[in-house]
Design a binder for this molecule. Structure first.
Ligand SMILES: Cc1cc2nc3c(=O)[nH]c(=O)nc-3n(C[C@H](O)[C@H](O)[C@H](O)COP(=O)(O)O)c2cc1C
Length: 194
């Protein structure tokens, strides 16, 4: 039996009823169906200060950021539901990426990003579903060594899109999320086949 690929799923927004947390859950479930072992993470549990070079120089990488880095290191794949603020990545997600991109003593550069495979989705109340954020997150992750798969999905009018059980009302949208999550799981299975 091959070892299942390990995927970390999380949202780029933190509020309790975040639509992106809901979409990340849909993606996580689909990746499990595709054979992956998925850990769901809430960035609210990793409350990091805003990146500050003086803080890093005097106190090192903050404990929540070190925990986030450890979680990234422990997984081969990422499923991120980014959210979109003012046409771009949310500050919470960018700050988390910025801290995680910093190397502690003796750590290889970008070790928690290089060679990872990521699938991106987004949810917003707007008509574009966070599509513009997907473009930016794809570029950022690509530049720090993450292989972002071409498949992606933006969920528009996300405040109307979910059933009470957390699944998507529209079967085509549900299939599109599963397509992203399944593609990450299948690619990882191929890459790590022994
Ligand atoms: C600061 C801020 C900026 C936003 N900018 C955008 C935007 O550019 N495009 C968009 O579709 N929605 C935008 N929204 C609306 C969010 O997509 C919406 O609030 C969404 O529910 C946030 O994600 P969440 O439900 O995961 O918290 C913005 C919301 C906030 C708070």
């Amino acid at each position: 039996m091959p070892t299942p690929p390990r995927i970390l799923a999380f949202a780029g927004t933190t509020r309790t009823d975040a639509l992106n947390k809901k979409l990340a859950r849909v993606a996580a479930a689909a990746a499990r169906t595709a054979g992956a072992e998925v850990t769901e993470l809430d960035l609210r549990d990793f409350a990091m200060p805003l990146y500050d070079g003086d803080l890093e120089a005097t106190a090192g990488i903050p404990e929540p950021a070190r925990r986030f880095k450890a979680a990234l290191l422990d997984h081969q794949g990422l499923l991120i539901s980014t959210g979109e603020y003012n046409s771009s990545i949310t500050g919470v997600l960018k700050n988390a990426i910025d801290w995680a991109s910093r190397s502690g003593p003796g750590e290889a550069s970008l070790a928690c990003f290089k060679g990872k495979v990521a699938g991106l989705v987004s949810a917003s109340t707007g008509a574009l579903g966070g599509l513009r954020a997907l473009v930016h997150v794809r570029a950022i992750l690509g530049n720090i060594g993450v292989l972002v798969i071409p498949e992606q999905f933006a969920l528009p009018k996300a405040n109307e899109a979910f059933n009470p059980d957390g699944t998507l009302k529209d079967a085509k949208q549900q299939a599109s999320v599963a397509n992203v999550a399944g593609a990450v799981a299948r690619l990882l299975a191929k890459l790590h086949a022994t």
